[in-house]
Ligand binder design. Structure first.
Ligand SMILES: [Zn+2]
Length: 102
């Protein structure tokens, strides 16, 4: 079943295209192609963001913003090599990031 992108009414199939009985919108299968393209774009975005977060291990760390008990954890060597590295925690729920210098 096809729906009119303009007014949402159910489209009626004519000889070669779909037509809306309410607002006279008509399409030649183009609406179908557009909607499937949008779904594929969304899927790609989700996989990219998953890849980013999967790089970091999840550790038990309480988020002060939302109270979530898990955070992604990674370290960065910021200063000289003999100094302690900076620890980062990023909340798995709200994305709040905090540093730990200890
Ligand atoms: Zn949080």
């Amino acid at each position: 079943m096809e729906f009119c992108p303009k007014c949402g009414a159910v489209l009626v199939q004519k000889t070669k295209n779909y037509g809306c009985p309410r607002c006279n919108y008509s399409s030649k299968e183009k609406a179908k192609i557009k909607s499937s393209e949008k779904i594929e774009e969304k899927k790609e975005k989700i996989t990219i963001s998953r890849k980013d977060t999967q790089v970091f291990p999840i550790v038990p760390e309480e988020c002060k913003k939302c109270g979530n008990k898990e955070a992604y954890f990674w370290t960065v060597q910021t200063r000289a090599a003999d100094e302690a590295e900076t620890k980062f925690f990023k909340c798995t729920k709200c994305g709040n990031t905090k540093r730990d210098y200890r």
